[in-house]
Design a protein around this ligand. Structure first.
Ligand code: NAD
Length: 253
């Protein structure tokens, strides 16, 4: 019996491999959920869904731009019409526009907020009625350590992720009566395509820059996927409005 057996889950931004959405979709699929894998990159989403099916799970891929309100309506309607319900939403899709404020343009700012914050608002807004109809659900929003503390070059990224953090608590307050839980996850330094793109020195430099953390290593996508899997499952059914730092102790010291 899988830990999320019979649940219908949407994971956004699940094409990137290695990526947090991909690892999360694989974990949910392995533990018995039907996974709707979405991404702006349809080919990558299809590869992820195929990997879930090849491992014995159930998954389908959809192209979705998380900044589109119509796109969200279609994805939620797909879950309800094809699978009859929606139990889990993982708002994972994101981008990182990391620049000091003197170089950060208004369009950089607007794009960052749109992809990392407005998208989460839309996802939660349209998932809530579907989860209500299913008798409850679990929303997991990807924030960041940059949504907890001030990191250089993160004026826009951190503002978006800080917004995700507090919006998750507001929705926990509003939706608890409907048995809908909403929590945020705050990854530290996890080796994904996003980090590989941001690090000039590659994996070696990443290892060096994390050596001083309490756990002294770079994170792997499964380190985050395991936390999200827990929050998605009924094991976490008394947890809402909480923030889970999964950062090797980065923000604890
Ligand atoms: P990634 O770049 O490897 O994957 C992100 C995915 O999102 C990609 O598949 C991309 O195609 C998709 N995407 C981007 N814009 C989209 C859009 N408009 N619509 C739909 N899909 C879109 O990134 P990752 O490292 O796996 O990060 C996943 C999430 O975790 C992000 O929200 C990120 O901010 C957050 N995060 C990551 C780290 C880390 O260390 N990797 C740390 C903190 C937070």
């Amino acid at each position: 019996m899988g830990r999320v057996n019979g649940k219908v889950a949407i994971v956004t931004g699940a094409a990137s491999n290695p990526g947090l959405g991909h690892a999360t979709a694989m974990a949910l699929g392995r533990e018995g959920a039907t996974v709707i894998v979405t991404d702006i990159d349809l080919a990558g989403a299809e590869e992820c869904a195929k990997a879930i099916r090849d491992a014995g799970g159930d998954a389908a891929a959809l192209r979705q731009d998380v900044t589109s309100e119509d796109g969200w309506k279609q994805v939620i309607a797909y879950a309800q019409s094809t699978h009859g319900r929606l139990d889990v939403l993982v708002n994972n899709a994101g981008i990182a526009i990391l620049k000091p404020i003197d170089e950060l343009s208004l369009s950089d700012w607007n794009r960052q907020i749109e992809v990392n914050l407005t998208s989460v608002f839309l996802g939660c807004k349209y998932a809530a009625p579907a989860m209500r109809a299913a008798g409850g659900g679990s929303i997991v929003n990807l924030s960041s350590v940059a949504g907890l503390v001030g990191l250089q070059t993160c004026a826009a990224y951190g503002a978006a992720k800080g917004g995700v953090r507090i919006m998750s608590k507001v929705l926990a307050a509003e939706l608890g009566k409907d048995n809908i839980r909403c929590n945020s996850v705050h990854p530290g330094f996890i080796w994904t395509n996003m980090q590989a793109g941001a690090q000039t020195g590659g994996r070696e430099a990443a290892e060096a820059s994390t050596a001083g953390l309490p756990l002294g290593r770079v994170g792997e996508p499964d380190d985050i996927a395991n936390c999200i899997l827990y929050l998605a499952s009924d094991e976490a059914n008394y947890i809402t409005g909480a923030e889970f730092t999964v950062d090797a102790g980065m923000t604890a010291v």
